[in-house]
Design a protein around this ligand. Structure first.
Ligand SMILES: Cc1cc2nc3c(=O)[nH]c(=O)nc-3n(C[C@H](O)[C@H](O)[C@H](O)COP(=O)(O)O)c2cc1C
Length: 216
């Protein structure tokens, strides 16, 4: 099913930009936010392991606390919905077993049928070479969710600002993540642009297709 024309898709991706100033009076409807959350849950990840938490920060006091540790960017306080992506900092056999159990129950099959799949994941992520850089692996998965979020909201005509201009270690303290097994990776402010945001008028700066695509 094609829900949009190629032209409309590109128009929305041209329309989106990293918002610098949100209209703090304009809130995302509950219905739209539900669809955005569902889209985030549907994000694909390596092996399907979903090594993330999506922390929705709506408490204005917490937002005020996060602002100075976000390079004082006003988007944190002014956006409709503020999301922090936290990545899992360790993958152990118990986590993989939990995922296998979910897989088996969801698809109505005995978990033993997934023994090979489990063994492969453990050998790769728990005891294998990638276990040494597992936090980087989980961080990459979080960025897939971030990309998915940005495209989803753009198609819905909702604005966003992805934010790496934050202090992750300090976020971990404010959001009580220390010892949770998850750590702050990146954030995204979501809402509606202010009419005063001059950045909306800026022309996109992108390398030419010929420079970026290598065709063989
Ligand atoms: C991972 C990531 C982190 C970013 N961090 C910030 C940020 O902290 N503050 C900000 O204003 N823009 C941030 N940006 C926005 C980029 O500067 C912006 O996407 C880029 O310049 C391209 O412009 P456009 O998104 O408006 O097309 C970030 C973008 C990405 C993808």
């Amino acid at each position: 099913m094609n829900i949009t024309t190629n032209q409309d898709l590109i128009a929305q991706l041209e329309w989106r930009y990293a918002v610098k100033k949100f209209d703090s009076q304009k809130k995302i409807s509950e219905q739209d936010w539900k669809a955005i959350e569902k889209s985030l849950l549907l994000t694909p990840s390596s092996y399907g392991l979903q090594p993330w938490k999506f922390i929705l920060v709506q408490n204005p006091n917490l937002r005020a606390e996060l602002t100075p540790i976000s390079w004082n960017q006003s988007q944190v306080a002014e956006c409709s919905h503020f999301l922090v992506f936290a990545s899992k900092n360790q993958i152990d056999e118990a986590y993989i077993s939990k995922f296998i159990a979910l897989n088996a129950s969801t698809r109505g099959m005995p978990p033993e049928k997934l023994a090979g799949y489990k063994k492969m994941m453990v050998a790769d992520l728990v005891t294998g070479g990638r276990s040494k850089t597992i936090s980087d692996w989980a961080t990459r998965q979080c960025y897939i969710a971030l990309g998915n979020l940005m495209t989803t909201v753009a198609v819905m005509g909702i604005d966003a600002c992805p934010m790496e201009g934050i202090e992750p270690a300090k976020y971990d303290e404010v959001l009580n993540l220390l010892g949770s097994g998850y750590q702050t990776c990146v954030a995204c402010a979501v809402g509606y642009r202010s009419a005063e945001d001059v950045s909306a008028k800026l022309v996109k700066v992108r390398f030419q297709s010929e420079e970026v695509f290598i065709r063989k």
